[in-house]
Design a protein around this ligand. Structure first.
Ligand code: HEM
Ligand SMILES: *[C@@H]1O[C@H](CO)[C@@H](O)[C@H](O)[C@H]1NC(C)=O
Ligand SMILES: *[C@@H]1O[C@H](CO)[C@@H](O)[C@H](O)[C@H]1NC(C)=O
Ligand SMILES: *[C@@H]1O[C@H](CO)[C@@H](O)[C@H](O)[C@H]1NC(C)=O
Length: 320
């Protein structure tokens, strides 16, 4: 082949496949040289916090999910409101977001070792992984190199999927972020950890629709037990239920219960309304290994949703 033809082919290839480096070219060894102690430091911070408060792992996992679903994984969820400008963490579905101090503690410890090098978004991604592992779930290499964003607005929390979503709304919410139906089913398994307030499943246990007071897809005695904790005119702000029967253990009980009509949210139940997602629920209910494998793959995808991050924040609560 003559040099001319090769040159033309190269030009054509460049034209058709423009080489652009995505903002977030993440890699597992990103901090190997600049902060070799990073992962140990984050893990021990999460471990210490979990010893004191068993609800920490669930909080960190959900925090990372919220971060990634709004503006990509850029630590926007960690920013504090400034006066009248409410940040994401003060947006409507914030009732269960807590344990921000764990990220702040990890950041302080990391800054002491390698100042100005590690993003808050990476620390949160690592903490979410550690939360899963410390709860008895799988472990994996977290790709790193995220940058922290400078924008956080309460109004953007409307972009989060709601617990009342049906399967098509869930599919849309996930596909907008490059996530598949398999990712949806695997990541919903995050509901093996943690707690929900009554308000998030109230729609299923009172005035479900014109003909049924209770969602008929729910197991009746399960629904009755939820109604006793969450009466129609619930006044107890902190009342609610655990997301599965083994709330501090990362296992596949969530899928087993889901098949028995014992899930909390309409969005959980919705996974049984399409053949494809229903088959995956059955697969994960039957095999903890299959669930863990899929969960790890989907977590890496979710935690790689790129944002508009530009800086390495020095304090995770405020922009530089
Ligand atoms: C599929 C769409 C999803 C919806 C509609 C949804 C909705 C919710 C709701 C309403 C709560 C309870 C909030 C409250 O009342 O306190 C919750 C809790 C939780 N969610 Fe999800 N979620 C979804 C996906 C995910 C994903 C992808 C993860 C992580 C992989 C996750 C992890 C958690 C955890 C760990 C909790 C418990 C939080 C705690 O106890 O502090 N969720 N979710
Ligand atoms: C949650 O958001 C509401 C506004 O929607 C705010 O009034 C409340 O203080 C927030 N709660 C927490 C714990 O940040
Ligand atoms: C889901 O809800 C949307 C909005 O209410 C509706 O348009 C759609 O038909 C529903 N899809 C299914 C599968 O129920
Ligand atoms: C109420 O929901 C049930 C179960 O989804 C359904 O069979 C029934 O038709 C609904 N009723 C109305 C009035 O929408």
């Amino acid at each position: 082949m003559s040099a001319n033809i090769v040159a033309i082919l190269v030009l054509l290839a460049l034209f058709y496949f423009p080489i652009y480096s995505p903002v977030s070219a993440l890699s597992s060894n990103y901090y190997d040289k600049t902060c070799p102690q990073l992962e140990k430091t984050v893990t021990s911070t999460v471990q210490k916090a979990t010893t004191n408060d068993k609800t920490v792992p669930a909080a960190l996992l959900r925090m990372h999910f919220h971060d990634c679903f709004i503006k990509g994984c850029d630590a926007s969820v960690l920013l504090a409101s400034k006066g009248k400008k409410k940040a994401e963490k003060d947006g409507p579905p914030n009732v269960s977001l807590h344990a921000f101090y764990v990220i702040d503690n990890a950041k302080k410890a990391v800054e002491a070792l390698c100042p100005g090098v590690v993003s808050c978004a990476d620390i949160l991604a690592l903490a979410a992984r550690d939360a899963v592992t410390l709860s008895g779930g799988p472990t994996w290499d977290v790709p790193k190199g995220r940058k922290d964003g400078r924008i956080s607005q309460a109004i953007d929390t409307r972009q989060l999927p709601a617990p009342t979503f049906n399967i098509s709304q869930l599919q849309q919410s996930f596909s907008q972020r490059g996530l598949s139906m398999e990712d949806l089913v695997a990541l919903s398994g995050g509901h093996t950890l943690g707690f929900s307030h009554c308000s998030s499943f109230q729609n299923r246990i009172h005035k479900f629709n014109a003909t049924h007071d209770i969602d008929p897809s729910m197991n009746p005695s399960f629904a009755a037990s939820l109604r006793s904790v969450c009466p129609a005119n619930n006044k107890a702000k902190n009342a609610g239920a655990t997301l599965d029967s083994s709330t501090a253990t990362f296992d596949n009980a969530y899928y087993k219960l889901l098949l028995q009509g014992k899930s909390l949210f309409s969005s959980d139940q919705a996974l049984l309304t399409a053949p494809k997602t229903k088959n995956l629920v059955s697969k994960f209910a039957a095999s903890q290994k299959a669930f863990e494998k899929a969960f790890v793959q989907s977590m890496i995808k979710m935690s790689s949703i790129s944002g508009n991050g530009q800086e390495i924040r020095l304090d995770c609560k405020v922009v530089n």
